[in-house]
Design a protein around this ligand. Structure first.
Ligand code: PAF
Length: 280
């Protein structure tokens, strides 16, 4: 596996694949790779001829008070994992390679970004879609693999790709969880042992909503109430949101009449965690 830091070098490597019609699968990441990323890469490896992984802590998707500077950077360990998983090329550009003019040209997806993460983190999705658009232009993959833990991100990127006719497919990959249900995330590394034990409450709250939904409950207020009830007694937990949305539009719903998703975000000390469960 080769690691590239410059666009022209990665492109020189990919030219053969583009010309010979080899199927390129792309896994965009911010590094600090864990089992969630492992499952994205494995899926790409089984479905594609050439697998490219990017490692780029994208400054434009972090707010001024967020964790950009302390976000874990573990390039060596990431390279080892990628190598073991049979990745063909890793792309780890410096910020000035990705943003040679600063964030001049940006990509924004409208209504899907109105609620949830979009509402809590202004500009976040603009940063995500802009960097994904750049990466898709550079790599020109046939498939790009996204974890369902960031459900709204997956839907927003999927819409960008469809609306801008980018000519690739966004493949959702199920969330990988720890044994106690906590969704794998690079940010879990920030949790103290005590907060790590508490963190599973988010998954449990979402499971409560899913259990009520499977039992026939369709009133979103009741599902929301059940999630809040599970989270509200927990020490150091601040509920950012725990609610039910339409699975396609991400609009909040009052009654679950079609595919929906229960989504939650909590702050646990200084760590922000998100998770979701699809209500079929
Ligand atoms: O999910 C992530 O790790 C990031 O948002 C992504 C898709 C790599 C864009 O920076």
């Amino acid at each position: 596996m080769r690691t590239y830091h410059q666009i022209k070098d990665l492109r020189a490597h990919l030219r053969v694949s583009w010309q010979s019609g080899r199927v390129i699968g792309f896994v965009p990441t911010m590094g600090a790779l864990h089992d969630g990323h492992r499952s994205l890469i494995r899926k790409a490896r089984t479905e594609c001829d050439e697998v490219v992984v990017s490692i780029f802590v994208n400054p434009t998707q972090f707010g001024p008070q967020e964790d950009y500077s302390k976000y874990p950077r573990t390039l060596e360990a990431d390279s080892r994992m990628a190598q073991e998983l049979g990745v063909d090329a890793m792309f780890a550009p410096p910020a000035e390679v990705m943003y040679p003019f600063g964030p001049d040209a940006t990509v924004e997806v409208g209504p899907l970004t109105t609620h949830w993460e979009g509402a809590c983190r202004p500009g976040h999705f603009r940063g995500v879609t802009t960097v994904c658009a750049k990466l898709f232009c550079i790599i020109q993959p046939r498939y790009a693999y996204f974890g369902m833990k960031d459900y709204q991100q997956y839907r927003v990127v999927e819409r960008m790709v469809a609306d801008l006719h980018m000519g690739l497919s966004v493949v959702p990959v199920p969330t990988v969880r720890e044994a106690d249900g906590l969704a794998m995330s690079s940010r879990n590394a920030y949790l103290s042992p005590e907060h790590r034990a508490t963190a599973t409450c988010l998954h449990q709250a979402l499971n409560k909503a899913a259990a009520l939904h499977s039992a026939g409950e369709r009133d979103a207020a009741i599902l929301r109430e059940a999630m809040h009830a599970r989270l509200s007694g927990e020490r150091d937990v601040e509920i950012v949101y725990a609610d039910v949305a339409d699975a396609q539009t991400l609009e909040p719903v009052s009654a679950v009449t079609g595919p929906a998703v229960a989504l939650g975000a909590i702050r646990l000390g200084s760590t922000r965690l998100i998770d979701n469960i699809v209500l079929p």
